[in-house]
Design a binder for this molecule. Structure first.
Ligand code: ADP
Ligand code: MG
Length: 372
């Protein structure tokens, strides 16, 4: 009698276990919690099936205790079996994630293991993939910055050394009386003063850039009209434009208020306008516009430079970038810091700066949130 009951409930248990395992296979991408619930349901169903079997057979006569215990034990064993198989699947899946993780080189990408994973492990492996990607991008940025910095130091030391050597030669000539005709003496003095001005400007730029990079740029912000800022910047560069015979045109909406540090933002604008004048041939025009446009303040500088090579467009804001032709700067050449400084200042104001080729030249644009 008991053998019959064992056979019936074990048979039912196996069928239910088979169904449970199949169901778990279907649910292999679902949460581990769902899988545990399936295991519990299999255990309970297998036990219930046994109980139903014995009640149907109406065999609860002689030794009911043993019979019930047997049925419950078989149900439990079926549940245990399914649980073990399921646990093994989860363990194997997590091992696959760990193996994939161990295969990643320090600078590489994490590729999630092939095949289905339970939802939790899938989430973890997606998060790992994103974290590795962020790390990789960060390292790449760091490397680019580092090489730009190295290049900058090389160029700056070159740019400083050349004029210093010239100034030393002129000072020596003046000191030794080699240059004694009044014309030459005057020219040397002027030349020395110009070089000192240029070098001071460069040292000043370097200082500004290092403050931007160190994140220690202190902005004292207030409500500033972009039109006024533009007028000041244009007044400042008027002599340069006149000397180069470049026509300056300015245009501004009545009120374009921004919350800005007038000194710093003015410096960024001046860098753009000076560049535009320098790259525009004589009799060309540089037009500057300040307008409010869709909740943003926009300041743009259009010149007649003939366009910047497409490949260079994304790099003009890099530190020490000066374009290929300008590797050896002319008398008014800078160190390639102006645009990097402008970008640093604009970004410190939560703004954006960009450049496109347009018309006879290129158009640099600064966009800032309008002050309410
Ligand atoms: N308005 C412009 N027109 C054409 N090229 C420009 C303009 N402004 C900048 N550039 C290019 O971008 C480079 C970087 O500019 P910038 O950072 O101001 O450095 P610098 O003026 O010291 O060369 C310039 O050397 C030039 O090649
Ligand atoms: Mg410049």
């Amino acid at each position: 009698m008991i053998l019959q009951i064992v056979a019936v409930s074990a048979g039912l248990g196996l069928i239910i276990a088979g169904l449970g395992l199949a169901l778990l296979r279907v649910l292999r991408r679902r949460s581990i919690g769902v899988m545990l619930a399936v295991v519990a349901v299999v255990t309970v169903t297998a036990t219930l099936a046994g109980v139903v079997a014995i009640t149907l057979e109406m065999v609860i006569d002689g030794r009911p205790k043993n019979i019930v215990l047997t049925v419950v034990a078989i149900g439990g064993l079926v549940g245990l079996g399914v649980a073990l198989v399921n646990a093994r699947r989860v363990v194997l899946a997590s091992r696959r994630v760990v193996e994939a993780l161990e295969k990643v080189s320090p600078s590489g990408r994490f590729s999630p293991p092939e095949g289905p994973l339970p939802a939790e492990l899938q989430t973890i492996s997606t998060a790992l993939e994103q974290a590795y990607e962020r790390l990789r991008l960060g390292r790449e940025r760091e490397r680019a910055l580092e090489s730009a910095r190295r290049e900058l130091v090389a160029w700056v030391s070159h740019d400083l050394r050349t004029p210093l050597a010239g100034m030393r030669a002129m000072a020596e000539a003046l000191e030794d009386g080699v240059a004694d005709d009044p014309e030459t003496v005057k020219r040397y003095h002027t030349q020395i003063r110009l070089e000192v001005d240029r070098l001071s400007g460069m040292v000043d730029d370097l200082f500004e850039l290092s403050r931007i990079h160190a994140g220690s740029l202190r902005l004292s912000r207030g409500r500033v009209g972009l039109g006024d800022l533009l007028a000041d910047a244009l007044a400042g560069v008027e002599p340069l434009a006149r000397a180069k015979r470049v026509h300056l045109s300015g245009e501004a909406d009545a009120a374009v208020p921004v919350n800005a540090d007038a000194g710093e933002l003015g410096r960024a604008v001046r860098n753009l306008v000076v560049n535009a004048i320098r790259h525009t041939p004589a009799d060309g025009t540089v037009s500057v516009r300040a307008v409010a446009d869709g909740g943003m303040a926009s300041l743009s500088v259009l010149d007649c430079c003939g366009g910047i090579p497409e490949d260079d467009l994304p790099r003009v804001f890099d530190v020490a970038f000066r374009g290929e032709a300008a590797r050896t700067p002319g008398p008014d050449g800078g160190a390639g810091l102006g645009l990097a400084i402008a970008r640093g200042i604009v970004e410190a104001h939560e703004g954006e700066i960009g450049v496109v080729n347009e018309g006879p030249g290129c158009r640099f644009e600064i966009r800032l949130p309008l002050s309410p």
